[in-house]
Ligand binder design. Structure first.
Ligand SMILES: [Zn+2]
Length: 199
C-alpha cells in the first residue's frame, strides 16, 4: 500500500481517507497530496469539522435522526401532526422528504435497512422502538418510505408485519418512485406524488 519511503503521517492520512465510501488507495493518495500541497487551511477545517461533528452529533431520542440536542427540532416542532409517522432509512432520505415541503407529520429514521446477509436484523433498525412509539403516541398512520431497492422492500415488509398487531394504518409510498432507486436521489415532484398516492 504505502510507498517504501512515505512518512508514517502520510500513510496514516491515506489509510484514514480510504475509510470513505468509494475511495480506493489511488483516490486517497490523490486527496492526501492535494490537501498537503495545495490546501492546508482546508485540511485543518476538515479536521476540525470532523472532530466537532463526531463529538457533537448524536441520535434524536425520539426519531433517531442526527441532532446536536437530545431531541431534534423536527420532533420538537409543535406544528407537526404527531399522528402521522413517516419511516425512512436514513437522514438523507428524511431530508429528501422534507424538501418536498408537503409532509407535516413526524419521522422515524431506521438508520439503515434490514440486510440478513450482512447480519442487520430488526433490533438493529429499531423496530421495537418504532412499535413502542406508535403505541405511546397514538399514531394513526405509518407511512413506510423505505427505498425501492430489494433491501428497502424487505424492510418495508418487516415494518408492516411488526405493526400488524397494532391499531394503526400502514401505507407505502406509491410506485411512482422508480424501482431500485433511493429516495435521496429522486426528484421532489416524484416524491410528493408518491406521498399523495400512497396506499
Ligand atoms: Zn427527532
Amino acid at each position: 500500500m504505502k510507498p517504501a519511503d512515505a512518512p508514517d503521517a502520510l500513510a496514516a492520512l491515506v489509510e484514514a481517507l480510504r475509510r470513505l465510501p468509494g475511495v480506493g488507495v489511488k483516490s486517497a493518495q490523490r486527496m492526501a497530496y492535494h490537501l498537503l500541497q495545495h490546501d492546508r487551511d482546508g485540511a485543518l477545517r476538515l479536521s476540525h469539522a470532523l472532530d466537532h461533528a463526531v463529538h457533537g452529533i448524536r441520535h434524536c431520542e425520539r426519531c433517531h435522526t442526527f441532532t446536536e440536542q437530545p431531541v431534534c427540532v423536527t420532533c420538537l416542532d409543535p406544528a407537526r401532526d404527531t399522528r402521522l409517522l413517516c419511516v425512512v432509512e436514513t437522514p438523507a432520505d428524511q431530508a429528501a422528504v422534507e424538501r418536498t415541503g408537503t409532509y407535516r407529520g413526524l419521522y422515524f429514521v431506521l438508520m439503515g435497512r434490514l440486510s440478513p446477509l450482512d447480519g442487520v436484523g430488526v433490533q438493529d433498525i429499531g423496530l421495537p422502538e418504532l412499535m413502542a412509539r406508535v403505541r405511546e403516541d397514538e399514531v394513526r398512520e405509518v407511512i413506510v418510505a423505505t427505498n425501492f431497492t430489494a433491501e428497502g422492500e424487505i424492510t418495508a415488509h418487516a415494518v408492516a408485519e411488526a405493526l400488524r398487531a397494532l391499531d394503526v394504518r400502514v401505507t407505502r409510498l406509491a410506485r411512482g418512485v422508480p424501482i431500485g432507486s433511493e429516495l435521496e436521489y429522486v426528484d421532489l415532484g416524484t416524491i410528493a406524488h408518491a406521498f399523495s398516492e400512497r396506499r
